[in-house]
Design a protein around this ligand. Structure first.
Ligand SMILES: Cc1cc2nc3c(=O)[nH]c(=O)nc-3n(C[C@H](O)[C@H](O)[C@H](O)COP(=O)(O)OP(=O)(O)OC[C@H]3O[C@@H](n4cnc5c(N)ncnc54)[C@H](O)[C@@H]3O)c2cc1C
Length: 411
């Protein structure tokens, strides 16, 4: 069976759905091929995000739950940051992804569920679509197109097969309960660090409304080989207050997932007739393993360049590089700093966290939000230096603290 499109999008995550909406709205015949039987199922994300950026990306406020307090907890210390006007939020991930799917469909995109993309389809050595299987036919199905967008997330199948995605040396491995927690204070979220709660990673407790709370642990390979599932129970006991608030809770869902970590900008996002977007391109922030707003923002850039490629009838790598240049101008600088910080804190010992916490607790709520968000503009740096020059010296000193011994060698 031969099916002919202008644009084939592999994967119905936020990156693929936003790209598809833009190309379909531009009148391009667009299909999204998704291996799962529903959009956003299973959820593989805890949904932490930032309200200002979501507003700029056009995400309506009923898809996220605002947070009024962030708490950082290490073995010995706690720091709390209050936000009368919330900056951070937790997305209702499944509802958001389905909303992005609805928008793509309304724009004219065709979404094919239960359709696994197996490999690129080549004609005379050039990418000309993908081959997939959906169970509708016993022989492989060929989907032909002028352009393919690989937004298949961590798998990054087409980019890998076409040689522009070399795979990842490091990745976050997360496990998470989605709880019904009737006593949890939904105005606040927790980040928990240290060897008891999450060795070489962090734990999180993120409420997203209606008494639903995501409680998870993420660790980083190859910094260690522990199983995050073994650490989930530790989060409940991290502070007496958490034990109280989670006493009557119980899981409604259980999730696991992988988040790619890659030095920003170190690879190509395009080749002839191919763009990679979102996690497939390693475009998220390694600092806290955050990728949703990056996937949506990068897809908006990709969709624009794909539309331009059709107007120019030019699907060459040289034309598509325009997408990479736009991405670099928008994200590169902040993501490089985030990556630098990630490489240091991923190796922190408990002693290093305990030494850094009194320093972090001196940050203002806005400074803490800017740092977690990865907004490292000149204003952020100068506000820290201006208000408390000592902090910069302390942070510099702590970033040189001797690393915790790791069981495997970092890549
Ligand atoms: C445990 C965990 C916690 C996270 N927490 C956060 C957080 O708090 N905040 C945040 O912003 N980000 C978080 N992330 C990251 C975030 O989930 C991703 O960055 C984001 O989902 C990337 O979107 P995407 O569209 O690129 O890929 P994905 O959302 O992974 O979508 C890819 C899609 O492609 C489909 N697919 C894959 N292979 C094929 C194939 N061969 N054929 C057809 N379809 C295919 C998949 O089924 C999937 O639907 C977390 C990730 C993990 C693992």
């Amino acid at each position: 069976m031969n099916q002919i499109y202008d644009v084939i999008v592999v994967g119905a995550g936020p990156a693929g759905l936003v790209t598809a909406e833009i190309t379909a709205r531009a009148g391009l015949k667009t299909v999204v091929l998704e291996k799962n039987e529903a959009i956003g199922v299973p959820v593989r994300s805890s949904g932490g995000s930032w309200i200002g950026d979501l507003q700029k990306l056009g995400i309506p406020d009923d898809y996220y739950h605002p947070l009024h307090r962030l708490r950082l907890v290490t073995g010995k210390h706690q720091a709390s940051f209050d936000y009368p006007k919330p900056a951070a939020c937790v997305l209702d991930v499944r509802r958001l992804y389905q909303y992005l799917g609805e928008k793509a469909i309304a724009a004219g995109a065709d979404i094919r569920l239960k359709t696994h993309v197996d490999r690129p389809y080549l004609q005379e050595g050039s990418l000309a679509g993908v081959e997939g299987s959906s169970g509708r036919s016993t022989s492989p199905e060929v989907y032909r197109s002028s352009l393919v967008v690989d937004s298949s997330g961590y798998a990054g199948l087409i980019g890998k097969r076409q040689g522009i995605n070399p795979g990842y040396k490091a990745f976050g491995y997360g496990a998470e309960y989605d709880l019904y927690a009737p006593d949890y204070d939904e105005s606040e979220a927790y980040l928990l660090m240290g060897s008891v709660t999450a060795p070489n990673g962090y734990g999180w407790i993120f409420p997203y409304g209606n008494h639903r709370v995501r409680l998870g642990v993420g660790v980083i390979r190859p910094f260690n080989d522990v199983d995050p599932r073994d650490y989930l129970e530790q989060q409940y006991q991290a502070t007496p207050e958490l034990s109280r608030m989670l006493k009557r809770s119980s899981p409604v869902e259980f999730h696991t997932g992988l988040f790619p970590i890659y030095p920003p900008g170190g690879r190509k996002f395009v080749s002839d007739r191919l763009l990679i977007v979102g996690d497939a391109a390693g475009q998220g922030s390694s600092l806290v393993g955050e990728g949703i707003r990056y996937a949506i923002g990068s897809a908006q850039l990709a969709g624009k360049v794909v539309t331009g490629a059709f107007q120019s009838q030019d699907w060459s790598e040289a034309y598509l590089m325009h997408y990479q240049r736009l991405w670099r101008a928008k994200y590169y600088k902040d993501l490089v700093i985030a990556y630098w910080i990630y490489q240091r804190i991923a190796r922190f010992s408990d002693r290093a966290w305990d030494a850094l916490m009194p320093v972090l607790s001196r940050l203002t709520p806005d400074q803490m939000a800017g740092g977690l968000k990865g907004d490292f503009n000149a204003g952020w740096f100068s506000s820290i230096l201006f208000r408390n020059p000592r902090i910069a010296l302390d942070v510099a000193a702590h970033s040189r603290i001797k690393p915790a011994p790791s069981r495997t060698t970092p890549g």
